[in-house]
Design a protein around this ligand. Structure first.
Ligand code: CUA
Length: 215
């Protein structure tokens, strides 16, 4: 039989819902509530937030701070870039510039560092490969992250913010060595270019962690 606007098709939609439909509706609704609650819970407990250390910094001052950091803790070179091994617990400076990350960092597994990220020219993106860890690197701002490498190995910093024709070449390196490898060097004579804020107490991010999957 034809169904038209005048003679509607025979259907079942006016019959009351089956009991199982109510069950599924309830399950879906409860699941919505759980997901909704996960947003604030994950914000507070998920260990995924930045450390809240940030300050304005003049790009040239940051460049100078990186230079002093290299001077203080350089132990060699890696592919033409300075290889720097800061002592555990220290402030670590990483400069993004078209199109390199300076210096190459050698960090110790299990040690906590405060990693300062900034750019001296334009926006870059800090992505620690192969982990799904991403931060903006913005000129004029020192962005501090408390990091504790949990896995030894050789990791890459990939720029994930388009920054010109050399963007795809902007790859840096972090080497994580077993504990006790780094010589305890004398602390830097100078003061950090920006002091870590004590507010927003330490939330520790793990740099490479078992939890990290491929991006
Ligand atoms: Cu730096 Cu893309």
């Amino acid at each position: 039989m034809y169904a038209t606007g005048v003679t509607p098709p025979k259907g079942v939609w006016w019959k009351p819902a089956h009991g199982s439909e109510k069950v599924w509706f309830t399950i879906a609704f409860v699941w919505c509530l759980i997901l909704f609650a996960m947003m604030p819970i994950w914000h507070m407990r998920g260990g995924q937030n930045p450390s809240g250390i940030r300050a304005k910094v003049d790009p040239e001052a940051f460049r100078a701070r990186v230079a002093r950091f290299i001077q203080d803790y350089q132990i060699g070179t890696d592919n033409g870039l300075p290889l720097v091994a800061p002592p555990p617990g220290s402030d670590v400076y990483l400069q993004g510039a078209m199109w390199s990350w300076t210096p190459v960092l050698q960090l110790e597994q299990g040690a906590e560092y405060t990693l300062h990220l900034s750019s001296v020219d334009m926006n870059h993106g800090f992505n620690l490969y192969p982990f799904n860890i991403n931060f903006q690197v913005v000129p004029g701002y020192d962005y501090g992250l408390r990091v504790t490498p949990t896995e030894a190995g050789d990791f890459r910093i990939v720029c994930n913010e388009f920054c010109g024709v050399g963007h795809h070449l902007m790859v840096g390196k972090v080497i994580v060595v077993p504990p006790g490898t780094t010589a305890t060097a004398a602390p830097s004579a100078g003061t950090p270019v920006t002091a870590p804020t004590s507010a927003s107490a330490a939330r520790t991010e793990a740099i490479p962690a078992a939890q990290g999957g491929a991006p």
